[in-house]
Design a protein around this ligand. Structure first.
Ligand code: NAD
Length: 327
């Protein structure tokens, strides 16, 4: 169907830019001719180069700006919110921006959607809102027990979305996904941090005993899950998007070392992250019931990701500098 207009907030970031690419590449047949608008504040994590060859309209602005949203949101059939402060370690150092964007920003966006009569909205969220689980998996009704300021702010945004769906019948659904990896992820998160360091022959910092477990989802699989929820999800409902590889950080490190031709002498054990969640695990049967299955195996996705960072030396910056990339 032609003529659809999609607003992607946070579309200059890692996952949002993959989503924009997929829409514009025609990967989602129902939106093959869609026009895309990106609204992004371009924080340190947003990068216009992610959208350089894309035919989309770009609006530089803040999710928390109601006047701007009142101008931008009307006319879009689908709004997908990827905009967020997204890094746990930064939320431990300072949580104010997290609460502002991830809670107030979501409310500001949903209010603008309500006033514009937007027919479909997806709020993109995370498995971290549930806290930590030693065994088994959470379903979508599990209690929200966030343990980091990042997770708490995402849970806050999710609850605002739920309230707008119930109170105002706003057609917003929520997705919660595991840890993403893939090209163009800012090298502060573990996979791109370790890859870029190992490619440069620098040591990598492994938290605590390395026993924390994460479920890895290729970014393109995540985006397909988000799109399926946009097309077939029920308003007010939550959908899980799980990955293809549940690994301890030690196992992940072992794979990265092997793939980069390095040994354990490149690993430096560092003090554990404060409040570090031990394990996340999502039961994704609800989304599978709509026809979803991840397509990219971890081995294949990781090899492709390493090749991408090897070919893009400009992404090898020091994340501790916390500065904007220089392009
Ligand atoms: P990212 O940090 O790479 O990108 C976030 C984008 O949002 C950036 O482009 C940034 O400039 C923009 N942004 C931040 N504050 C803004 C504001 N106030 N107004 C407008 N734009 C703003 O994050 P990501 O990894 O692409 O994550 C996208 C979404 O997916 C987030 O909501 C995150 O919570 C969720 N998520 C991420 C993962 C993961 O592993 N990365 C896993 C599950 C869910």
């Amino acid at each position: 169907m032609s003529g659809r207009r999609v607003l992607v907030t946070g579309g200059a970031g890692f996952i949002g830019s993959h989503y924009v690419r997929a829409v514009l590449a025609g990967d989602y047949s129902a939106y093959a001719d869609a026009e895309v608008t990106v609204l992004d504040k371009l924080t340190y994590a947003g990068n216009p180069a992610n959208l350089a060859d894309m035919r989309c309209e770009f609006v530089w602005g803040d999710l928390c700006d109601p006047e701007l949203l009142a101008k931008v949101v009307p006319g879009h059939d689908l709004v997908v919110n990827f905009a967020a402060e997204s890094h746990v370690d930064r939320s431990i150092a300072g949580a104010a921006d997290f609460v502002r964007t991830n809670v107030l920003g979501v409310q500001t966006l949903l209010q603008a959607c309500l006033e514009a009569g937007t027919s479909r909205i997806v709020q993109v969220s995370t498995d971290e809102v549930y806290g930590t689980i030693d065994s088994g998996s959470w379903d979508e009704d599990a209690a929200l027990r966030p343990r980091s300021p990042y997770a708490a702010s995402k849970a806050g945004g999710d609850l605002v979305a739920r309230a707008y769906a119930i109170t105002h019948s706003l057609p917003v659904s929520i997705t919660r996904c595991g840890n993403n990896y893939g090209p163009r992820q800012f090298p502060e998160k573990v996979i791109p941090l370790f890859i870029t360091r190992l490619l440069e022959g620098r040591k990598v910092p492994l938290y605590g005993d390395g026993g924390n477990v994460r479920d890895w989802v290729h970014v393109e699989d995540h985006c397909r899950g988000v799109q399926l929820v946009a097309e077939r999800g029920e308003p007010g409902e939550v959908y899980h998007i799980a990955g293809t590889a549940e690994l301890t950080n030690r196992e992940l490190t072992e794979r990265l070392l092997r793939a980069c031709g390095r040994d354990w002498d490149m690993v430096e054990y560092v003090a554990d992250r404060k409040g570090h969640d031990r394990r996340y695990s999502l039961d994704d049967s609800k989304l599978r019931g709509l026809g979803f299955a991840p397509r990219i195996s971890f081995d294949e996705g990781l090899a492709e990701t390493i090749r991408w960072y090897a070919d893009h030396a400009e992404w090898r910056i020091s994340p501790s500098a916390g500065q904007k990339r220089d392009y």
